[in-house]
Design a protein around this ligand. Structure first.
Ligand SMILES: *[C@@H]1O[C@H](CO)[C@@H](O)[C@H](O)[C@H]1NC(C)=O
Ligand SMILES: *[C@@H]1O[C@H](CO)[C@@H](O)[C@H](O)[C@H]1NC(C)=O
Length: 691
């Protein structure tokens, strides 16, 4: 109760200030639109079921209670330790933030109150210790038992080097808003958990070599430190993640073992006087043969650990509870979610303080009025310069009058009115990528048809699609611009409408070529770059002076890409931005004034443990801008999802969500982590690490 009063007080104190802030001066200087793999379809909410072995009543769908309100995406919940409040992460209002809800009573009669928005309030009262940036990922909230301190992850402060995670653990004193960073500078922390007394926090930290660059390559160790100030930080457990406290000296965590399976482990912690903390014993709780991860324990449920599992024979991630009180190999398992919703992924369980409920997040499913937004407004770090949107599609690009957006639907190519008024047409049904509108000829879109990520010799053709003047599909005409059977892709037209730059594998390497925009190769072609490497993803600047592209020429075939620029006449080659050794920086697109590039990169590494998220190939992909002289790198997006394929239009869209008249067909179509092998012995996962 005291805690909720504190939150309310805080809200009352800062609410008027927040509301009275003047509207930002909005200059009409452009819109950036990008895609986030699958995110528009997630529609996560937090649900709870009784934490008891199955009975006919507890396994019926009616026993499941939804704890969040069906707005935006709500995930990674946690209960306040001594009240009925639910803490959770939500992306409502264009930025990831932490919220609290009173939990409705199990009978379902409890009316939900307004969400109390914790961190925006905290951000309005910045800590005297930190320059606070409200646009950041905020994740994994925990409260101390007195309810006064919120401990969480934030990406508000840049890492000290490229390709290092910005995620760090912070402690905000809710009544005052005073915020303290608990993670040392130069270090990242994920998945913090506050001990039952509140004195200690455990977190998963990747060492300097803790991230290998692929999604599954994150290795963390578990550190324990004082919740109040981060002091006495001690390496407690090597090779572990997602810690959770069963009591003041018992931690559970997950680890991907050398046999390839994720398993849940128990560690007894000892506090050795002033020397810090050590793990006195570590034992594996779940056997090989299935994956068990993201454990949750609670002092209110002694002897029980909730976990998410992937078992052979099931395509879905489910919540199970392990009764570890038997000790030894005598652990008993009971299923929580499979009997209730067998064909849905369930993520990241947590247990109520009274031990009566286990909660988790999953798609809220159809029937809740879900309709993916066409354009979801994301808070822009420079709202007076550009607005920022996520689109439900890949490779978006605006027509040059700003009225229409073309995008790739994986598969298929679509156009839709940018203002949400409809006009959605499927232009192509097969595999096509990317999209780029001709500057002079209205309704002409360049794309390439064929498989993505294919070899130099795989046939991919650059085509021009002409939409015609009416909304009648019969008026669509297609012209093939490349004539060979090599891999020709990523067309981008010159602003004078005369040329198209594209990449081709015709020499045996992917290099850039320029051809006639109307007649294609038949009208003339010349080679722009040459060398035994890959130049790709080219974009012609609106002032015509530059072509930006992505290349691995600094380490051919090494998998690392940086952004380069070259004049269309082949002079002036230079590297603009490179993430770090081995890093990836892709999909450059010029700003309307040709002075800045927007791109996607692993520059900020991963922002959460990848196993805690659904399917993403590159969850380290965030959207950045950079001046074309390589200065002024700015991070635009902060989340643990895969953001990519940005484009930039001079047309300014007001920073508000844009819906669409169409109703979504299916919701929640996505896979679990694609790298999680389940049906065979998953030893391939560990190649190169243990052998
Ligand atoms: C989202 O922002 C709007 C406008 O700024 C505000 O009225 C609303 O209360 C916010 N919603 C939440 C849940 O914070
Ligand atoms: C190539 O193009 C650039 C940019 O337009 C120009 O500054 C330069 O003089 C050109 N060089 C040659 C050799 O034509």
């Amino acid at each position: 109760m005291a805690r909720r009063a504190a939150l309310l007080l805080l809200l009352l104190l800062v609410g008027p200030l927040y509301l009275a802030a003047p509207a930002p001066a909005l200059a009409a200087s452009g819109t950036i639109v990008f895609t986030t793999l699958g995110r528009s379809r997630y529609a996560f909410d937090i649900f709870a079921l009784p934490l008891t072995p199955l009975s006919s009543s507890s396994s019926s769908p009616a026993a499941e209670v939804r704890l969040t309100d069906g707005a935006s995406v709500n995930y990674n919940g946690n209960f306040a330790p001594s009240s009925d409040s639910l803490l959770f992460v939500s992306e409502r209002n264009g930025t990831l933030n932490l919220y609290a809800f009173p939990v409705p009573s199990a009978s379902g009669s409890g009316a939900r109150r307004e969400a109390l928005e914790v961190p925006e309030a905290a951000a309005a009262l910045p800590s005297p210790l930190l320059p606070w940036d409200p646009i950041a990922l905020k994740d994994r909230p925990s409260l101390t038992p007195d309810g006064a301190h919120l401990v969480y992850v934030s990406t508000a402060e840049p890492a000290e080097a490229p390709r290092r995670s910005w995620a760090a653990v912070y402690n905000t004193h809710l009544p005052s808003g005073a915020t303290r960073r608990l993670t040392p500078r130069g270090v990242a922390d994920f998945s913090p958990a506050v001990s039952p007394s509140g004195e200690w926090t455990a977190a998963a930290s990747p060492g300097p070599d803790g991230w290998g660059g692929e999604v599954e390559d994150l290795n963390t160790d578990i550190y324990v430190f004082r919740t109040s100030d981060g002091s006495r930080r001690t390496l407690a457990i090597r090779d572990g993640g997602w810690p959770t406290w069963a009591d003041e000296t018992t931690l559970f965590f997950h680890r991907r073992d050398s046999d390839g399976w994720y398993g849940v482990y128990r560690a007894k912690i000892s506090f050795a006087g002033g020397a810090g903390v050590s793990a006195a014993s570590v034992e594996r709780v779940t056997p090989p043969g299935f994956h068990a991860f993201t454990p949750a324990a609670s002092p209110g449920a002694p002897g029980l650990v909730a976990v998410a599992t992937r078992r052979p024979g099931s395509d879905y991630r489910h919540i199970e509870v392990i009764d570890v009180s038997g000790g030894g190999g005598a652990n008993a398992y009971f299923e929580v979610t499979r009997p209730v919703a067998p064909r849905v992924h369930h993520f990241n369980p947590f247990i109520s303080p009274d031990g009566e409920r286990v909660a988790y997040h999953r798609c809220r499913g159809s029937g809740n009025g879900d309709s993916p937004l066409l354009l979801e407004n994301i808070k822009s770090p420079a709202p007076d310069t550009f607005s920022l949107f996520r689109i439900d599609g890949s490779y978006p690009s605006f027509s040059h009058d700003g009225k229409r957006i073309a995008f790739v639907g994986l598969p298929g190519l679509f156009v839709v009115n940018a203002d949400g008024s409809g006009g959605r047409r499927q232009i192509l049904s097969g595999e096509a990528f990317p999209t780029a509108w001709d500057w002079k000829r209205k309704g002409v879109i360049y794309t390439s048809i064929g498989p993505t990520f294919a070899s130099e010799r795989t046939e991919v053709d650059v085509i021009a699609v002409s939409l015609g003047d009416d909304d009648d599909d019969s008026s669509i005409s297609i012209k093939k611009l490349t004539t060979g059977s090599e891999n020709n892709a990523f067309p981008s037209p010159s602003p004078d409408g005369k040329w198209v730059v594209f990449r081709s594998g015709r020499s045996g390497h992917k290099n850039l070529y320029i051809m006639d925009a109307e007649d294609g190769e038949a009208g003339g072609i010349h080679r722009l770059t040459e060398g035994p490497w890959s130049d790709t993803m080219c974009n012609w600047s609106p002032d015509g002076e530059w072509i930006a592209f992505s290349s691995d020429r600094h380490n051919p075939g090494g998998g690392s890409f940086a952004i380069y620029m070259i004049h269309p006449n082949g002079t002036g080659l230079r590297r603009v931005v490179h993430s770090a050794d081995g890093g990836r920086t892709n999909h450059p697109w010029f700003s309307p004034d040709s002075k800045t590039l927007v791109f996607t990169s692993d520059y900020a590494a991963v922002s959460a443990e990848p196993i805690s998220n659904p399917h993403h190939y590159q969850p380290y992909g965030e959207i950045f801008t950079v001046n074309i002289d390589g200065t002024g790198i700015r991070r635009l997006t902060h989340n643990s999802f895969e953001d990519g394929t940005p484009s930039w239009t001079p047309y300014y869209l007001e920073p508000e969500d844009v819906g669409e008249t169409l109703q979504a067909s299916g919701t929640c179509k996505f896979r679990d982590c694609h790298w999680l092998t389940v049906d065979a012995k998953p030893d391939g996962l560990m190649c190169g690490k243990h052998g």
